[in-house]
Design a binder for this molecule. Sequence first.
Ligand SMILES: Nc1ncnc2c1ncn2[C@@H]1O[C@H](COP(=O)(O)OP(=O)(O)OP(=O)(O)O)[C@@H](O)[C@H]1O
Ligand SMILES: [Mg+2]
Length: 307
Amino acid sequence: MDIKKPKLFTNADLPHLRQSPQVRAYFDVLKSRDVILEVKDVGKKFDSRQGNTEALRNISFQTHQREFLCVVGPSGSGKSTLVRIVAGLEEETSGEILLEGKPVTGPGRDRGMVFQAYTLFPWLTVKKNVMFGLEINGMGRRKAEAQALRWLHLVGLDKFVDAYPHQLSGGMKQRVAIVRALANQPQMLLMDEPFGALDAQTRARMQAHLMEIWQAIDITVLFITHDLDEAIYLADRILVLSAHPGEVMELIEVPVPRPRSPSQFISEEFLATKMRLEELIYQSVYDEEIDELPIGELGATLSRDDS
Ligand SMILES: Nc1ncnc2c1ncn2[C@@H]1O[C@H](COP(=O)(O)OP(=O)(O)OP(=O)(O)O)[C@@H](O)[C@H]1O
Ligand SMILES: [Mg+2]
C-alpha cells in the first residue's frame, strides 16, 4: 500500500523563525542567564509484566534562570515521565539531570510540583494545606502562617483561607496547589497539565494568573501541556517531543513578544508557531501510526475478501 508522507516545510519557509529585534533581544538576555536545569541525554525504559516500554530517548535540553519552558507532545510521548524524573519522583535509565550543576537524585525543596489531579489534603483548610510543607521543612507555626497568608493573598484567596478543599472550585484548588508549591521558594516550578481539568474560561484566567506570578517572582518553570495555544501563550521556548518513544523534535523560541495578551492568539507570530507545532506533532503521530499499522496483514485480508 502506498501512503504518501506529508511534507514538512523546507527550511526556507519557516515563518515562526522570523523574530522581531525586540524578541531577539529578549532571547539574547534569556540565554545569557545561568542554566538552572540541564537534562543530559536522558532515557527512560519501563519494565513491567506487560512488556518493556521505552518512554524517553536521548532527551537533552537546558533551561535558563527565569525561563518559562513548555513541553508539548502527543499522548504517550513521555511528558509526564520527563517532569517526574526532573522532580525526582522517577529515576532515569540513562543520562543525567543537573539542577544548578548538581545531579538530581530525588525530590527536593528546590523543586515545587503541581499535578493535573487535585492533590490538596482534604482534611486540612486552605491555609493549613499551604502551611504543611513549610512546617515540614522546619518553619515555625507563626511564620508559616504569615507566609501562607501572604501567598494566598497574592492569588486572591484571602476569603478562602479557612475553607476546606471540597468547598473550592477547580480553579481555586489549583491556585492553592500553585501557592503550596511556591511557598517553599523553590528554584523551579514543575507543572504537569495543571489546568487540564478546568473549563476554558477558568483555564484562561489561571494562565493569566500564572504569568503574573511568574513575572513577580524569580522562578524557572517547566510546564507540560498538550494544549498548543496554552504553550505558545505561556512559554519562552517550547520543547516538542515525538510520539513514543519521546525524543526531542525541536526546541522552538516563541516569537510572540511579551507582555502576552489573548489578542495575540490571532497574530502572525502566534499562528506561525502554532502551524509549526501542529505540523511536528502531526508528523510524529503519523510516523508512529504508519510504523504500527499491520499493513501487510491488512493487504492480505483485503485481497482475500476481494476474491
Ligand atoms: N510506571 C509506568 N510503568 C510502565 N509504563 C509506564 C509508566 N509510566 C509511564 N509509562 C509509559 O511510558 C509512556 C509515556 O507515558 P507518559 O505518561 O509519560 O506520557 P505523556 O506524554 O505524559 O502522555 P499524556 O499526554 O497522555 O499524559 C507510555 O507508553 C506509558 O504507558
Ligand atoms: Mg501525562
